[in-house]
Design a protein around this ligand. Sequence first.
Ligand SMILES: [Zn+2]
Length: 188
Amino acid sequence: MPTVEENIKAFMEGEPESTGLPLIVHPVLMMDEIVVEQRPQWDNKMNKILGACRECSWKVALDFNTAEDLEVLCNVVEDGDIHLPNGATVAAFGILSKDPQVYSPRPCCISGTDKHKTGPQQATFIQQILTAAKNKKTRRNNTYHMASIASDGDAKRGSALIKLTMNRDLAPSSSIYPVLSNLELMNL
Ligand SMILES: [Zn+2]
């Protein structure tokens, strides 16, 4: 089964790389929702049932071996224990570059969104993608330093991003500290 790390590795392989000096590359993680049909689907390559929301799907075995597996799935959906989402989060990486081919976003993960879940629970999902990117940050002469995380205006993802990114004071050793620390109302 392809993991987020493998998807990141796959798109990196198609990117230009430095043959001389080490090159620092700045990717941006972008996230938005797409609408998906609210129904389970069988993936014949993995022999798994897809279409359950990411936060709840662990509650039931999604391997398709017998008709009973489907029955169990239908029952837990009916009982509301797991959900069939009508939206999916797409996470993509784009590199800050003047080259449109390098700049364009490459999706690394598409995952059914559970509207019932809170911001902190979404933070776990985003953290998994960030960890995958960190694990793949070196590719021969290229080093990838995450520049920023971009999102649509989804309030729950907003609170997830606050939890992930606004979790400590700006260090006095930071190069922007002398500029920002003089601003009275700045939240450091
Ligand atoms: Zn759910």
